[in-house]
Design a protein around this ligand. Structure first.
Ligand SMILES: [Zn+2]
Ligand SMILES: [Zn+2]
Length: 367
């Protein structure tokens, strides 16, 4: 046994004891939700907004970590309210504690944990991530709290813009934006999608964010809204760089929301058509195989095809290959050729009310 290996043994043993001490859930099964790479980028599943008993959540910080592990979440942030702490008489008033308590366990389980806080001033809330001092926000006015976050080098986003009724670009938001105090918008919060806020993504170049804002214990991975982050490296610095560069896609059950560019890259990488379609002599039907290795779901609706080829709608479930039926008219050509079909990916939004369009190309090979 060489020295390097020897020195690793106690660390490994420590990790085993750590999990054996009951820090993993008793039912320690993790269902995988694979996200293949998109070009050079790894795709991480992130929940950047969750609560514990340190504000108005119902669970201890380590419970959030075990839930995240079980749900195959790669990046998490506990963002308790700075100015709303109903259990203050029962738990420490030190708002850095949830992060400090959760962090060793998150690190042991390979989950990236980002220090964060929910800046909670009346009905307008922002999350500030990558902060350095959790306790510096208490008792401050909104603009002062956001300015403090900026001083700490935070990435900040406007939370649940429409939670009290239809969102508007209210004056405090406009002021915060013109002072460059926030960079993103939580277009999806749990089961809510704020359609009225979607145009601001393009108008103000805001980064699209989706989170659970979970308060109760998590019941199902499928119901948790997440942000997909396209990162160059699987580190906190990688997460930060992806957020700063706007490489995010909101994932809400079957719905995906992103910019034309980022969402387009993701869908084009994940929907993989077979390179060719063979057609038996005289046949009037054929099938195109569409492979989806990701945990995502895609609904495709034909938006354009050659006059001699008819196709309909198809659903691509996660981690599967689906055959799309192609019906050929008597005018179908007898020679090989490239065919491009255009689809609307109807469970996506590449802009307000605008599903992503996906061209799919293959070689048509009649016998
Ligand atoms: Zn809130
Ligand atoms: Zn919240």
């Amino acid at each position: 046994m060489n020295a390097t290996l020897h020195s690793r043994v106690p660390a490994l043993l420590g990790a085993i004891l750590f999990t054996a001490a009951g820090l993993l859930p008793a039912q320690g099964v993790r269902k995988h939700r694979p996200m293949p790479k998109v070009g050079e980028f790894h795709v991480l599943k992130a929940d950047l907004h969750m609560h514990t008993v340190f504000s108005d959540g119902h669970v201890w910080p380590t419970v959030r970590v075990t839930e995240a592990w079980r749900e195959d979440i790669d990046v998490m942030s506990i963002t308790d309210h700075d100015d709303y702490r109903p259990y203050e008489k029962d738990v420490s008033a030190n708002l850095a504690r949830p992060y400090e308590i959760a962090r060793p366990m998150a690190e042991a389980l390979g989950i990236l944990i980002v220090p964060g806080v929910e800046i909670t001033k009346g009905d307008i809330h922002f999350n500030a991530l990558f902060i350095k001092d959790h306790n510096a926000f208490r008792g401050k006015e909104l603009q002062d709290g956001l300015a403090e976050a900026k001083r700490q080098g935070a990435f900040s986003f406007w939370n649940h813009p429409g939670w009290r009724g239809k969102a508007q670009w209210w004056p405090p938001i406009a002021t915060a934006f013109s002072d460059k105090l926030f960079q993103g918008i939580e277009l999806v919060n749990g089961p809510s999608y704020y359609e009225e806020a979607h145009p601001w993504v393009g108008q103000h170049n805001l980064v699209i964010i989706a989170n659970s804002d979970i308060h109760a214990p998590s019941l199902s991975a499928e119901e948790r809204s997440l942000s997909l982050l396209l990162v160059k490296e699987r580190t906190l610095a990688g997460v930060r760089e992806a957020l700063d560069s706007g490489r995010t896609v909101a994932w809400q059950q079957k719905r995906l929301i992103g910019t034309e560019m980022v969402l387009g890259d993701l869908v084009r990488a994940y929907v993989q058509p077979a390179p060719y379609v063979r057609v038996a002599k005289g046949a009037r039907t054929a099938a195109l195989a569409l492979r989806n290795d990701s945990a995502l779901h895609f609904d495709l609706k034909t938006a354009g095809a050659p006059a001699w080829m008819q196709t309909g709608s198809v659903t691509l479930p996660p981690q599967s290959t689906t055959l799309l039926a192609l019906r050929l008219t008597p005018e179908a050509p007898a020679a090989r050729q490239r065919v491009t079909l255009r689809f609307e990916v109807s469970n996506t939004l590449a802009g307000p009310g605008q599903p992503l369009t996906l061209p799919i190309e293959f070689e048509y090979q009649p016998d």
